[in-house]
Design a protein around this ligand. Structure first.
Ligand SMILES: [Zn+2]
Length: 275
């Protein structure tokens, strides 16, 4: 596992030379504004403490992620499913939240943070997704639902007991090349020292997205191969549950070479979660 920082900065010549002298390779940027540099750097870099000092001092943008080895992914009993492709927007009227009322029972939904939504009707998409070679997608803004082609669902998900529900177009007709995965079972995480904020309107706790290390252990094991967390993650007007899958289902997705999603290990219960 490596903690990797993606750094971006419109740098002076001096700042650029300084970071290069610390042993950072800055890839050519092509056609972007003069002086802008961007690079990935791991915390295992031998000059990390000096590089970190440069990042703080120059107020560069810094997006942190964790890269796991194949072995770490293969050894985890449970994995969070991570989107690699966001395609399209939930309909109708995504800009004024029209889809929320159509798709969700909003009885327990907070109008500020949008946690507490419960799906009541099929999702609506503008048209058939342009899948290309991909087989799994997430809609923009809906970070706790996954959609698949009917073929991928039948080959990979259905044999593992995962249900599907139809997706409609704006005229109410069922789309032919996409279904939603039904993810109803809920499990809780040992949230321990996860950073969180409390919504000022509803008082619900929302955890910040996990960028360092694995997902903390599950408190109980799901009975099926896929489940959503009871915890809400996110910030601002976006709240979502994490989706976890069993190692068995993850292997089925990998061996069918389905593109569009990746995996992040869930730590084993009792393990030291290094965060
Ligand atoms: Zn709220």
């Amino acid at each position: 596992m490596q903690i990797v920082h993606r750094i971006g900065k419109t740098a002076t010549e001096e700042q650029r030379l300084e970071i290069e002298r610390l042993g950072v390779n800055i890839p050519p940027m092509g056609n972007v504004s003069a002086g802008f540099i961007a690079f990935d750097v791991s915390e295992s870099h031998e000059s990390w403490s000096d590089i970190r000092e440069w990042i703080v001092r120059t107020e560069a943008s810094d997006f942190v992620r964790t890269e796991f080895t194949k072995e770490e992914i293969a050894e985890a009993r449970w994995l969070a499913l991570e989107p690699e492709w966001h395609h399209g927007y939930p309909q109708p009227h995504p800009d004024d939240d029209g889809y929320l009322e159509v798709t969700y029972d909003l009885t327990d939904c907070c109008e500020k943070c949008r946690s507490g939504r419960r799906q009541k009707a099929p999702f609506v998409m503008k048209g058939e997704p342009r899948w290309g070679r991909r087989g799994i997608l997430q809609l923009n803004w809906v970070f706790d639902e996954y959609f698949a082609t009917p073929e991928v669902w039948a080959a990979v998900f259905e044999p593992h007991g995962v249900g599907s529900r139809p997706v409609l177009n704006n005229r109410g007709a069922e789309l032919r090349t996409v279904v939603q995965l039904v993810i109803e079972e809920r499990v809780s995480l040992r949230t321990g020292d996860l950073a969180f904020e409390k919504c000022p309107t509803c008082g619900r706790v929302r955890y910040l997205p996990i960028v360092r290390g694995p997902v903390p252990p599950l408190l109980t094991e799901p009975s099926g191969h896929i489940a959503r967390t009871t915890e809400w993650f996110g910030s601002g007007g976006s709240s979502f549950n994490l989706i976890v899958v069993s190692q068995v289902l993850a292997r089925a997705i990998q061996s069918a070479k389905v593109r569009g999603a990746a995996f992040k290990p869930v730590a084993a219960a009792g393990s030291a979660v290094d965060r």
